[in-house]
Design a protein around this ligand. Structure first.
Ligand SMILES: Cc1cc2nc3c(=O)[nH]c(=O)nc-3n(C[C@H](O)[C@H](O)[C@H](O)COP(=O)(O)OP(=O)(O)OC[C@H]3O[C@@H](n4cnc5c(N)ncnc54)[C@H](O)[C@@H]3O)c2cc1C
Length: 421
């Protein structure tokens, strides 16, 4: 079941020629007997039944299950700083999608700002689409050099990273380490931005600010796992205070805390396409063994090499996630008048006022201010609000869940489509 029209998720969606196991072509080959429901969003779940909103048919349908594997992926991490709601500002993933899927640019003089390896393919794709591109990588050059050494044990990832860096250099793309976009300016749309040198905690260094003309900004500070469906199912979540992300908790074989429900991929932690692929196989084998469709010893024989490869792959990926993680300074850029929840137009000062009357927790603030009750249902402002309250008021997220209520439907559907009764 996939809400996208083309199967494959973020990584395999565009790879039409790929016929390998698990590729979109493999799934849609009718002889395999896999029923594929695309353009179908899972918006609700009962005991052993999902509700799928079929966008192309314009109706909801029940999808019964015995076992369920949740692999809902991740969102671009939303980041708020002064001017972030101006037209022309997108996430890095958003700018990339415009360029690749729609051959459209969000500006001609584009600045990509953020942290992590994802900035490299984004900058390259935007340049190839015709934009003038500058990149501000907030993480220091020393960390990147350390990363190159670290990746020596993972030659495939290292070669990919180097080829991107050479690609950027060959196209004259300015790539600056240790500087961060701290404000975006403009009236009708982006006109310029301010960037500062930052310390190791990403606090702007006084006197280091410069203004740069730009008509588009792509903010790429990594990803946050998409956990709403797992939360609706009652699965335990975990919170990593270093990367500021919630994830679905799984055991070694990808079982969640809820019997009969498994999880794989970025929803269980941001570790890249290779790990997602291995985890998906492992979850499938575990589910088959639990359902007694695969003998235990055969399952063990098939999963052993996967577990070994996963251990190796996760090591590199989790190093990358921690090395390029957002630092405390990022959550302190917003000013009182800045909008934190754009659907309901809730500002930081509204949040502060609410905290005088209620508990400094995301859910309490949501109830008082309506932050997170709009169209995106908190996909954007939920993580922002959590990090704002954490950085400003010392809030500690709970150990096994998220202090952010999730209700069906998980995404807006027309009233006539909502199943009654
Ligand atoms: C442009 C780009 C380039 C990348 N390049 C690399 C790279 O070079 N190397 C690398 O390791 N990683 C790369 N990544 C990251 C990689 O794409 C992810 O690690 C990988 O796709 C994770 O797989 P996943 O299955 O967990 O999630 P996704 O690929 O995100 O798949 C999740 C799927 O779940 C569907 N979904 C979510 N919620 C629902 C719902 N409620 N109902 C129905 N369907 C739902 C979504 O439509 C989506 O198809 C890149 C990502 C992007 C965006």
């Amino acid at each position: 079941v996939d809400e996208a029209s083309r199967l494959g998720g973020q990584y395999y969606r565009g790879r039409h020629g790929d016929q390998s196991t698990g590729s979109p072509a493999w799934f849609t080959d009718r002889s395999r007997g896999v029923q594929v429901l695309s353009t179908t969003s899972v918006i609700d779940v009962q005991e052993r039944e999902l509700t799928g909103w079929d966008e192309s048919a314009g109706c909801c349908r029940p999808i019964p299950f015995d076992l369920l594997i949740v692999c809902t992926g991740a969102y671009d991490r939303p980041v708020a700083l002064p001017g972030w709601t101006l037209p022309g500002v997108t996430t890095a993933g958003g700018a990339l999608t415009f360029a690749k899927a729609y051959h459209a640019l969000t500006g001609q003089r584009l600045v990509v700002g953020g942290s992590g390896p994802f900035l490299l393919p984004v900058a390259l794709a935007l340049r190839q689409a015709g934009a003038r591109v500058t990149v501000f990588e907030a993480t220091s050059l020393q960390v990147s050099i350390g990363g190159a050494r670290r990746l020596a044990g993972d030659p495939v990832t290292l070669a990919r990273a180097l080829s991107y860096r050479f690609g950027l250099a060959a196209r004259g793309i300015r790539f600056v380490h240790g500087r961060m976009i701290t404000a975006i300016r403009g009236e009708e749309r982006v006109r310029s931005l301010i960037h500062h040198r930052v310390d190791t905690d990403w606090r702007p260094i006084p006197g280091s600010g410069h203004e740069l003309a730009a008509d588009g900004v792509a903010l790429g500070f990594g990803f946050t796992p998409r956990v709403e469906l797992a939360q609706l199912l009652g699965c335990e979540l975990g919170y990593d205070p270093l990367t500021s992300t919630f994830h679905i908790r799984v055991d070694r074989d990808q079982r969640t805390s809820r019997p009969g429900v498994y999880a794989a991929g970025e929803a269980t932690g941001i570790t890249g396409a290779g790990v997602a692929h291995l985890e998906g196989r492992l979850a499938g084998l575990t589910a088959a063994a639990d359902a007694q469709l695969l003998p235990g010893d055969e399952c063990a024989r098939q999963t052993r090499p996967l577990v070994r490869r996963l251990r190796h792959a996760r090591r590199t990926q989790s190093w990358l996630a921690h090395a390029f993680r957002p630092r405390a300074g990022l959550w302190r850029l917003m000013q009182p008048e800045d909008v934190l929840c754009r659907c309901e137009r809730v500002t930081c000062s509204d949040v502060e006022a609410a905290i005088h009357t209620t508990l400094p927790t995301p859910n309490s603030v949501k109830a008082v201010t309506r932050a997170g009750m709009g169209l995106c249902q908190g996909a954007i402002c939920g993580p922002l609000l959590t990090e704002w309250i954490r950085s400003q008021h010392g809030y500690q997220p709970p150990a096994t869940t998220r202090d952010w209520s999730v209700r069906a439907p998980l995404r807006p559907v027309p009233m006539h489509a909502w199943p009654v009764g």
